[in-house]
Design a binder for this molecule. Structure first.
Ligand code: C5P
Length: 243
């Protein structure tokens, strides 16, 4: 069988041309990177877990009317998605201080924030994805004011959904990152959630013990990443064996 045309290869995923116009196939690799790819490893089974978990979260978003790119899972490592034009910003939502916010503002990890805080980072590996202000985004034309308003609203809706789903299985959603893409429907632009939602792009802490169940396990050498992601999948009832 002829191999599909590769559109783009990122650190954890590959995009292939999809079977129909307007679609891509998203392939989840086992590769893990951290600190702007200074730390790298191959983690057996990570791609399979993230494919299933991203499917689970995106389907949940669809069920409550939050538009996203997911169409259907094709196999253990691939899903069919809508083709979008990615907005070159990482949208981060934080409920508790951790990671770069703790470092930047001197807040100890786990400090509850007064309300969910949305941050934007420019997607640029060479620059290390710098934090940018709304002023920068508008002035440099990365998104319009309307896009910004829509992105904020989408990010906060995703936060409400994800926080609830995770809390129901004893996990605190500390923070997460999403990417947002443009699609055109009857000449109207619409913004939808794209890329992936998985423990690679969230901070997830056990409510009781504080145990980390996300990519910090890899970043900080805290044990087996596969075990952590499997635990998240098990609690959500989406283990790869439960197809
Ligand atoms: O590193 P930082 O604290 O800014 O990360 C905030 C959240 O965004 C974390 O959940 C992290 O996993 C996610 N993130 C990501 N991809 C990046 C940067 C951050 O998924 N390039």
């Amino acid at each position: 069988m002829a191999r599909r045309k590769k559109i783009y290869e990122g650190k954890a995923k590959i995009l292939y041309e999809g079977p129909e116009p307007g679609t891509f196939v998203q392939y989840f690799k086992d590769d893990a990177t951290a600190f702007n790819a200074e730390k790298k490893a191959t983690i057996d089974g990570k791609g399979v877990l993230n494919n299933r978990l991203s499917e689970f979260f995106m389907k949940g978003l669809t069920q409550i009317g939050i538009p996203n790119h997911f169409l259907k899972r094709l196999n253990m490592r691939e899903q069919l998605i809508r083709q979008v034009e990615i907005i070159p910003l990482e949208v981060i939502v934080r409920n508790f201080a951790a990671g770069s916010m703790s470092t930047r503002l001197g807040l100890s990890e786990g400090t509850a924030l007064p309300r969910p805080i949305v941050e934007f980072c420019l997607k640029d590996d060479k620059l290390g994805d710098p934090l940018v202000s709304e002023e920068h985004i508008i002035a440099f034309g990365w998104a319009s004011q309307q896009d910004l308003d829509d992105m904020l609203a989408l990010a906060l809706r995703v936060n409400d959904f994800m926080s609830g789903v995770m809390l129901a299985v004893g996990i605190k959603l500390v923070d997460f990152k999403i990417e947002i893409g443009r699609v055109w429907e009857n000449d109207f632009q619409r913004l939808i959630v794209a890329d992936e939602i998985s423990p690679d792009s969230c901070r997830l802490w056990d409510v009781e013990t504080g145990q980390k169940l996300d990519k910090d396990v890899f970043r900080r050498d805290l044990g087996s990443l596969t075990d952590a992601y499997t635990e998240v999948a098990r609690r959500l009832g989406v283990l790869p064996s439960n197809v």
